[in-house]
Design a binder for this molecule. Sequence first.
Ligand code: COA
Length: 194
Amino acid sequence: MTSTGRDAQPALVGPRVRLRPWRAGDAPAVLAACQDPEIQRWTQVPVPYRAEHAEGFVGDVAPQTWAEGGALFAVEPLDGGDLVGSMGLFPPEHGVAEAGYWTAPAHRGRGLTAEALGVLTDWALAPAGGHRVELHRVELLVDPANTGSRRVAEAAGFTAEGTIRRRFLHRGRPSDVILYARLTGDARGGATGG
Ligand SMILES: CC(C)(COP(=O)(O)OP(=O)(O)OC[C@H]1O[C@@H](n2cnc3c(N)ncnc32)[C@H](O)[C@@H]1OP(=O)(O)O)[C@@H](O)C(=O)NCCC(=O)NCCS
């Protein structure tokens, strides 16, 4: 079912990126990006990653996530060009949502992921006019060895609250995670210009 009006997933705009709902036509770009070994190493994408996974992500997973109170966005450059990556919130519980992201290799190292995470989190935690689901906390679970993702979290104003040992089963292996969070009222990250 397509959402309309107040219930439609919005587009969110930062200084350099736009976060917008996924479209069927994004599947080839998702398929290409998700061949990247770093995305396969650090996220839960299926391995091997095939066309049907990309089609299912943009066509089924994304609208279903929105229907369940989460929000998955395609990140694109404001000045035009290829898909930057994926940024989103999984369906929340008790006012808490976990965020997740990946960025295509060609777009890394320019601060675009930190900006997109800041834009997403500002919107998610906005007291009025933000996400239709009221949230008080956005979390990230990051492997301690994933230096890039830790830097992204910190640049977007997230605080490391501690290491949780063997919290996560990653590709069949229990892994530690650093729990990061941003709460309503926390300072915004510099990457969003706030
Ligand atoms: C982690 C990832 C999202 C980073 O994307 P990115 O676009 O390069 O990140 P940004 O350009 O916004 O970088 C933000 C900061 O992190 C730093 N950074 C990014 N990748 C880094 C790396 N591999 N090592 C060290 N620092 C890194 C940048 O220099 C920047 O630092 P600054 O704030 O001091 O300027 C990207 O490498 C990726 O998609 N990895 C695979 C998927 C993944 O790990 N997802 C997260 C799972 S928790």
